[in-house]
Design a protein around this ligand. Structure first.
Ligand SMILES: Nc1ncnc2c1ncn2[C@@H]1O[C@H](COP(=O)(O)OP(=O)(O)OP(=O)(O)O)[C@@H](O)[C@H]1O
Ligand SMILES: O=P(O)(O)OC[C@H]1O[C@H](OP(=O)(O)OP(=O)(O)O)[C@H](O)[C@@H]1O
Ligand SMILES: [Mg+2]
Length: 289
């Protein structure tokens, strides 16, 4: 059984659970606070803090893990990202407090400025690369209040909607790292053949889920004489599937296609404009090209 380290609380828990479920892996925990659980037939889940997961995987306490890329970067450990799950999207940023004559860019941050962060390693690397000599103030969370408490001049923290920064009167000056949750494992050369093969299966299942989430399955009845125009609107994976409709007026053909989720809105109105009828859009569970 392969051991997969998963976040036990916080932002990633629900989305990770649902991605695994869509991949066919149901976590069967004895109770809410259990630290281990079985997951499908091949895996067991180990619930730990998101930020500890890279260490656990790197040290071999778990065979793989799912956690934020920010946590992996901060750990400084050599780990491979096998799948980007596209969840827990956020950015690690440098944020500043607006004040007259104060810095508005990273290059204007003066030597000796104090920077509050719970990402000291990534922050240190970032400022070193920009030749800024800042003084890091390690905090465990809520870095945004540090400038108000007078203990820091800037912060390095995670942002997604930007509302926490806004509420605290800070503005973004630079991006340190783009993050999302990844399936991680030790470098391939360190894995046994058996472990590598089981992880390939897991990576394939999860990536098929991620791909499916970005796509929709679209069906429509298309006027036969508009087929060429419809083909231009519907790319599909390898072009739309075109089906003769038995019993229906021979003026129509049924067309099925896989289309990007963010284009469904535009495609449906264009199909309508071409005289298509009975347009149906459904979710896809998994997509293996
Ligand atoms: N605002 C956000 N939007 C999207 N993803 C986020 C956001 N904040 C954090 N994350 C992601 O979720 C991961 C875990 O963060 P989370 O806040 O759940 O735990 P934590 O801050 O490490 O611990 P704690 O439970 O003590 O808050 C982060 O490492 C990051 O990858
Ligand atoms: O840009 P926003 O959408 O406002 O999100 C950013 C906030 O989210 C995270 O904190 P979280 O809510 O996880 O609380 P925490 O500080 O306890 O981890 C992060 O540390 C920011 O404070
Ligand atoms: Mg947090």
């Amino acid at each position: 059984m392969l051991k997969i380290a998963l976040p036990n609380k916080g932002r990633l828990v629900e989305d990770v659970r649902s991605a695994l479920l869509d991949a066919g892996l149901k976590v069967r925990a004895a109770n809410e606070r259990a630290l281990v659980a079985s997951m499908g037939d091949e895996f067991s889940a180990l619930f730990v803090r998101a930020e500890d997961i890279p260490e656990f995987v790197a040290d071999g306490a778990a065979d793989a893990g799912i956690t934020g890329w920010d946590c992996v970067g901060e750990s400084g450990r050599e780990l491979d990202a096998l799948v980007d799950l596209g969840i827990g999207r956020c950015r690690l940023v440098v944020a500043l407090h607006p004040r007259p004559g104060g810095p508005t860019t990273v290059d204007e941050i003066p030597d000796g400025a104090r920077v509050a962060t719970s990402f000291p390693r990534l922050a240190e690397q970032f400022f070193r690369a920009r030749q800024r000599k800042v003084q890091l103030v390690p905090v465990n969370g809520a870095a945004e209040v540090a400038p108000h408490l007078g203990i820091a001049d800037a912060i390095v923290d995670l942002v997604s909607t930007g509302s926490t920064l806004r509420v605290n009167g800070l503005f973004e000056a630079a991006t340190v790292l783009e993050s999302s949750a990844r399936l991680i494992a030790r470098p391939r050369r360190e894995l046994t053949e058996e472990t590598a093969a089981a992880l390939d299966d897991l990576a394939l299942a999860l990536s098929s889920v991620v791909r499916a989430r970005e796509q929709r399955y679209l069906m429509a009845n298309v006027p036969r004489d508009r087929l060429d125009s419809v083909r231009d609107v519907l790319p599909g994976i390898s072009g739309p599937t075109i089906i003769e409709v038995r019993g229906q007026s021979s003026d129509f053909l049924a067309v099925h296609a896989v289309v990007p989720e963010n284009q469904v809105y535009r495609i449906v109105s264009r199909l309508k404009g071409l005289g298509c009828q009975g347009i149906l859009v459904t979710r896809i569970e998994r997509l293996v090209p």
